[in-house]
Design a protein around this ligand. Structure first.
Ligand code: FIX
Ligand code: ZN
Length: 416
């Protein structure tokens, strides 16, 4: 097929390819609808997303204590957030705009501001059908869950052999093993694993635990969220568990290790999930992991904007490192734009431009609508620059490159 000969056709082809590409969402907090209410969805969950709870306490009057808020019903919390963050203030922040984008993509009357009518519409939805609708509107081929064997409510579902869902793949979440070894030991001891301290026998038992869960869930990667001060190698507990438990299992089972690094957990515990903060992480820890374990694949995203350039340069040096996402506090248009530009300039399309991190099913629609627009705008600029050199891309090549940025390179990395 000949290359496209005029820039207007290139631009329209790029925009269409981004609009139509089926995206792979490689990190979410979704659950199968069969898992007893673990899957969050609907307007009250959208409005009480922890991003919005944090924004509420930026503006709420002092007599709204955390205790008063958390004692409210979900509907009361949602009504309060709607009033404080959407009516009393213009909804301009990314999380507030996201809630409105969801309603817009569903074809609901956003301008009406009629929350009761919106709530009634959601009450009429059936979650299994709604999930399919959301994936279709968001344009996803599948999404990867966060499956944590240290969360009792989740373990209960898998132990009861509750079915998964064809649109949802698994990822085994192992933070607790790394960042809370004493807590992890308690869980393992409760399941008759003979762990007691940091020693070979305990490491073997922890590996047995991971392999047992891997057999049950068939995860596509192991995942951990790590604090800014995570270092490797080292003689602290985190580095010791990484060295003696995680890496051997990853190597033996040929499972990539996904690390999301830079979260300061519980900066304000009263905000619940919304209380976590961010810190600049140590990219050299990732460098050491990648260079000292060339036979293990690492998927990495960092929470601080400050880390992004250094991480891109490292990814140019380590063929076993794949960067993904504009994680959490980076998942805002201004930073997604900057990170996507920087990544294409340094890594071409060998990254995964974003993930949704959706905790509420409906969020897939806003997170991906917003990301498509930004990635599309950046790609129009990059293809315009390419066109100016005399290079003429074909339609298939543009579609290939767009897909690579939104799941294709991830799948290639997993299988290369
Ligand atoms: O560790 C994680 O997976 C984080 O993404 C979450 O803990 C965080 O609350 C989140 O959902 C961010 O978007
Ligand atoms: Zn997450």
């Amino acid at each position: 097929m000949a290359g496209l000969q005029d820039i207007d056709t290139v631009v329209s082809t790029v925009k269409q390819a981004v609009a139509e590409v089926k995206i792979t969402d490689i990190h979410t907090h979704l659950f199968p609808p069969s898992h007893d209410g673990l899957l969050l969805w609907g307007i009250d969950e959208v409005l009480t997303y922890h991003y919005l709870v944090a924004e509420l306490f930026n503006v709420a009057p002092s007599n709204l204590t955390y205790d008063v808020f958390w004692k409210m019903s979900k509907t009361q919390q949602a009504d309060l957030i709607w009033d404080e963050l959407f009516i009393k203030q213009g909804p301009l922040s990314e999380a507030r705009r996201g809630a409105l984008t969801i309603l817009n993509k569903l074809g609901l009357d956003v301008a009406s501001r009629n929350l009761p009518a919106i709530r009634q519409w959601f009450a009429e939805q059936k979650v299994e059908d709604y999930l399919e609708k959301v994936f279709d509107v968001a344009g996803l081929d599948y999404a990867v869950m966060t499956n944590d064997p240290f969360v009792e409510a989740e373990v209960k579902q898998w132990s009861a052999d509750k079915p998964g869902h064809p649109l949802l793949k698994t990822a085994l979440r192992i933070d607790t093993l790394i960042v809370n070894w004493p807590g992890a030991m308690k869980t393992l001891q409760g399941q008759d694993y003979k762990v007691d301290g940091l020693n070979e026998k305990s490491f073997d038992e922890a590996k047995r635990f991971l392999k047992s869960w891997t057999a049950k869930l068939d995860p596509i990667y192991l995942a951990a969220s790590l604090p800014p001060h995570f270092n490797f190698p080292g003689d602290d507990t985190m580095a010791t568990v990484m060295q003696n438990v995680i890496l051997p299992v990853a190597r033996e089972l040929n499972l990539p290790v996904a690390m999301m690094i830079g979260v300061r957990k519980g900066v304000n515990p009263s905000l619940g999930d919304g209380g976590d903060g961010v810190g600049v992480a140590n990219v050299e820890a990732v460098q050491n992991l990648c260079m000292q374990n060339p036979d293990v694949k690492f998927l990495v995203t960092m929470l601080s904007r400050v880390n992004q350039h250094e991480l891109c340069i490292l990814a140019r040096k380590c063929r076993n490192l794949h960067l993904f996402g504009c994680w959490w506090f980076c998942n805002n248009p201004s930073i997604i734009d900057e990170m996507t530009r920087q990544r294409i300039e340094l890594l071409n399309t060998t990254v995964t431009a974003n993930h949704s991190d959706a905790r509420v099913l409906d969020q897939l629609m806003y997170k991906w609508t917003h990301t498509r627009k930004i990635v599309g705008d950046v790609l129009v600029e990059k293809y315009t620059d390419q066109f100016a050199t005399g290079w003429r891309p074909t339609t298939d090549e543009i579609k290939r490159d767009v897909r690579n940025l939104l799941g294709g390179s991830f799948e290639y990395f997993l299988n290369k």
